[in-house]
Ligand binder design. Structure first.
Ligand code: ATP
Ligand code: MG
Length: 349
């Protein structure tokens, strides 16, 4: 009986997490759920945005389903000392899980091409998975300093760091179209030279069925919006991935449609990429699609249950067409949409 730790968090987090749990219970009745506190809600209840009880619970988790963390601009949480703020709880959680790969699908749902800022003919059928290295590179490792009028950071990677995230990308590609684009800046950076060499060597050694190509990050920044259908899985280092994944996130046209997974050697973390949306929290109108699709990623990447994941994704696509939520220009509230997903899961393919 796999154990899922749920961390509903703040704002619309509890509403969308409840919807995701309802869907998970339907497709995977053997899962057990244990709810714990994180973020501002955890500070209010326990005086700590990442309480020890939550930390301990992660030890025996098979996967973690997170809602959202944080408050409004004028929230009293923002005047707390930094380590007590909701976001610090989120950072501590990510650190505790040690996930080194962040997976973000960028998918334009059939029938929702009009939401995309891209022309409908470009948006149609976009289905990319961005795999971003999460624990290394210029944000974390190596020397860093600011001293008078000089400052520097270091982008540093080792072969094992490159290989573990590349493996994740190849593994994901095997379940998709079998194409991986590795993104670097090997024409100017030595660290990219190593990245490119190691990704290619791993492909040649262990993933010969995968079609791998290498592109420069500046070129990908153009092509991902001018010709997005050329991509299946993109794998890249931390800084490039940070920028590319936010750029690509505008393609589907709504924050409410974007799930994510962070994976490492232990339990994975699954969460919608949108924020706590304090402006609509507690009203029962949040779009739970991103949280429900994060639950699908939990099944696929966290528990290896692709069939159940596919069933959820198919049902979400149907529900989005039949009962679009308000952020998508429709009328459905959280409950109506969730019911439409549950109903669609019972619909024969
Ligand atoms: P945070 O600091 O918590 O990330 P933010 O300022 O980035 O917050 P978001 O919470 O990401 O803002 O939301 C941005 C806008 O998108 C808000 O108007 C919010 O209501 C809307 N929004 C975000 N997620 C959803 C959702 N799931 N359903 C409906 N609307 C949403
Ligand atoms: Mg935000």
């Amino acid at each position: 009986m796999p154990k899922i730790i749920t961390l509903p968090g703040d704002g619309i987090g509890p509403e969308v997490t409840a919807a995701a749990v309802e869907v998970l219970r339907e497709v995977a009745p053997d899962l057990t759920f244990e709810e714990h506190a994180i973020g501002g809600a955890a500070y209010d209840a326990h005086g700590d945005p990442f309480p020890q009880r939550t930390r301990d619970a992660l030890e025996h988790a098979d996967a973690v389903l997170l809602g959202t963390v944080g408050g409004a601009q004028n929230s009293p949480w923002n005047s707390l000392p930094r380590p007590m703020r909701p976001e610090s709880g989120l950072l501590a959680l990510r650190k505790a899980l040690g996930c080194y790969a962040n997976l973000r699908p960028v998918r334009v749902q059939p029938g929702l091409e009009h939401l995309s800022p891209l022309k409908p003919e470009l948006a149609r059928g976009v289905d990319i998975l961005i795999v971003r290295e999460l624990l290394g590179g210029v944000y974390f490792d190596g020397d860093r300093k600011i001293d008078g009028d000089t400052a520097y950071n270091t982008m540093r990677y080792t072969t094992p760091e490159v290989e573990r995230v590349a493996k994740m990308a190849f593994w994901a590609a095997e379940q998709r179209k079998g194409r991986v684009t590795s993104v670097d800046k090997a024409n100017v950076l030595e660290v990219s030279e190593l990245w490119r060499r190691d990704v290619q060597a791993l492909r040649d050694r262990e993933y010969r069925s995968i079609h791998l190509n290498h592109e420069y990050v500046d070129s990908v920044a153009m092509l991902i919006v001018s010709d997005p259908s050329r991509y299946d899985v993109i794998v890249t280092e931390n800084l490039f991935g940070d920028i590319l994944s936010d750029l690509a996130a505008v393609i589907p046209g709504s924050l409410g449609l974007m799930p994510s997974a962070s994976l490492g050697d232990g339990a994975g973390l699954f969460e919608p990429i949108h924020g706590s949306a304090p402006d609509i929290a507690g009203k029962g109108i949040a779009n739970p699609a991103a949280a429900i699709m994060s639950a699908a990623m939990l099944l696929r990447h966290g528990l290896g249950r692709s069939d159940a994941a596919n069933a959820i994704e198919r049902a979400v696509a149907l529900a989005l067409r039949e009962e679009p939520t308000r952020d998508l220009g429709g009328q459905a509230d959280t409950k109506t949409f969730t019911n439409a997903v549950l109903e669609a899961m019972g619909t024969p393919v």
